[in-house]
Design a protein around this ligand. Structure first.
Ligand code: KIV
Ligand code: ZN
Length: 531
């Protein structure tokens, strides 16, 4: 792993593939995945510690919140290059530079949609767009030595025109050229061919690093990214858990592990400490509110589980029979020894460490209190319980604007009613309502205290472990004026978990409302904006 950021193409050796993580930008753009300021800083720190070469920390002009997060991440980063996104106009680029300039190694990433569909939207002719690219990349390069340029929807851009715009960006000073498959349309053969064609045809192509940025609409993002690398790309853009709009982006854990496991076919190195993958995956799932599907490659709950007798027998005799990598390679501990109410603080710390959670003393104290409360209600606490507890702790904090203080629910053949006490911006309020079932009654009580127009789109309950004393993890998704937020919470009391998840989503909705983003329509008609 390198200690210094790789900034210039010359510094990167031929078999080194740079990992560019965009969880905090493209990932966070996913509807409902809004993260708080503190969560973004924490994820950035974890990415930095994991050895990500470039962190795309956000889109500074999109909102004051984005700007603040990118600037603070830039100031805190120890090793990674910190990158901010900007459209092809001076105002965006200046704002981006302002946010990242204090980073040890800053990068401006500017883009414009170059395919016929995007040229129609921006109403620029091919020539006008070339001028715009030249001017904006030159402007960015005058501010920062490290400039990345992307022709959005590159895959659907006419090949000759793609060569022309890439050449323009290189001549204007771009140091990295990213080739996005914005709508996840390409296939591995084509993904590789385009990179090979650009390297062959564009003058100066050997002076820059080519990047691949794939979306997963056809489930090809990982394959397309690897094909691009085989053809000469040396930067992969990806997100943790493949988080991202629609079907998501290339999953960092998949490309990194594929390069590690198949070094025989793909002799390229990354700087990633793979043992940190599982911890980051869990944390991103928690803060984004997007759970990882059970059968997700590398980080899914079932990725290393062997249910069938033949598999179990084979694995016991020789682990390589059915496992191509070791759980420990991604930081997954193999033991699942139950903890209980007699387990002490040191045991809890050690267990959480094994699960990928590093806690400061005060955080450990808070978790320990919650752990003891859970252990009083549940005899054995398994790894899944602790992961759920940590998720709950992260999602529902004591600094939230809305907090549940007390809840009583009556249910059964006599009817259903709920009584609730909540803090609303530090002021205690209470309500009592009846409803069609205990969850409905409880949600109505929350609404009586905090009236809102948000629509509940999804309500999902999942048992964390087996047994009637198992914790329930409840996830909700809500929508208001096109803003989508999620909330999740865990408790042995399903109704309480439901209310906490609901209130958590309302807290996130407030953060989302505050994110005034008049200019933030990256992929819509306003993506050129004023220059
Ligand atoms: O998918 C895409 O085209 C993007 C660009 C902004 C690089 O995310
Ligand atoms: Zn993208």
């Amino acid at each position: 792993m390198t200690d210094t950021p790789i900034q210039s193409p010359a510094a990167a050796d031929k078999d080194r593939v740079l990992i560019f993580d965009t969880t905090l930008r493209d990932g966070e753009q996913s509807p409902g995945a809004t993260m708080t300021h503190a969560e973004k800083l924490e994820i950035a720190q974890l990415l930095d510690e994991m050895g990500v070469d470039i962190i795309e920390a956000g889109f500074p002009i999109a909102s004051e919140g984005d700007f603040a997060a990118v600037s603070e991440i830039a100031k805190n980063a120890r090793r990674s290059v910190i990158c901010g996104l900007a459209r092809a106009n001076y105002k965006d680029i200046d704002r981006c530079w302002e946010a990242i300039r204090h980073a040890r190694a800053p990068r401006i990433h500017t883009f414009i949609g170059t395919s016929p569909l995007h040229r129609d939207i921006t109403k620029l002719t091919q020539d006008e767009m070339v001028t715009r690219i030249h001017d904006t990349v030159t402007h960015a390069r005058n501010l920062c030595d490290n400039v990345q340029w992307s022709p959005m929807d590159a895959i659907r851009t006419e090949r000759d025109y793609l060569c022309r715009v890439v050449e323009t960006a290189i001549k204007a000073g771009a140091t990295t050229i990213n080739i996005p498959d914005t709508v996840g349309y390409t296939l591995p053969t084509e993904s590789g061919e385009i990179i090979a064609m650009l390297l062959e045809r564009v003058p100066g192509a050997d002076e820059v690093i080519f990047a691949t940025h794939c979306h997963n609409d056809l489930g090809m993002a990982t394959a397309n990214s690897l094909a691009a690398v085989s053809a000469g790309a040396r930067q992969i853009e990806c997100t943790i858990n493949g988080l991202g709009e629609r079907a998501g982006n290339t999953a960092l854990e998949e490309v990194v592990m594929a390069l590690k496991v198949r070094r025989d076919l793909m002799p390229y190195r990354t700087g990633i400490d793979t043992t940190k993958i599982m911890g980051l995956s869990r944390r991103v799932a928690q803060v984004s509110g997007f759970p990882v599907q059970f059968n997700k490659a590398i980080v899914g709950k079932n990725a290393f589980l062997h249910e069938s007798g033949i598999h179990q027998d084979g694995v016991l005799k020789n682990v390589e029979t059915f496992e191509i990598m070791r759980p420990a390679d991604i930081g997954l501990t193999e033991t699942n020894i139950a903890m209980g109410k007699h387990s002490g603080r040191a045991a809890l710390r050690a267990k959480l460490h094994d699960l990928g959670f590093e806690l400061a003393e005060n955080q450990l104290n808070d978790v320990f209190v919650r752990f003891k409360a859970l252990a009083d209600r549940k005899k054995e606490i398994y790894d899944e319980d602790l992961v759920a507890l940590m998720a709950d702790q992260a999602a529902n904090t004591s600094t939230d604007f809305l907090q549940v203080k007390w809840l009583r629910v009556i249910c059964g053949t006599e009817g259903q009613a709920a009584e609730i006490r909540m803090m609303v911006d530090g002021v205690e309020q209470s309500a009592e309502t009846s409803g069609d079932g205990p969850v409905d009654a409880a949600f109505k009580a929350v609404r009586a205290i905090y009236p809102h127009e948000a629509r509940l789109q999804l309500y999902q309950v999942h048992a964390v472990t087996e047994g009637t004393d198992a914790q329930a993890t409840v996830s909700v998704r809500m929508e208001e004026d096109g803003r989508i937020v999620t909330g999740s919470a865990s408790d042995t009391d399903t109704i309480l978990a439901s209310v906490k998840a609901y209130v958590g989503a309302l807290n996130r909705l407030r953060v989302r409302r505050e994110k005034t983003a008049p200019d933030a329509d990256v992929k819509g008609v306003s993506y050129l904006s004023a220059s």
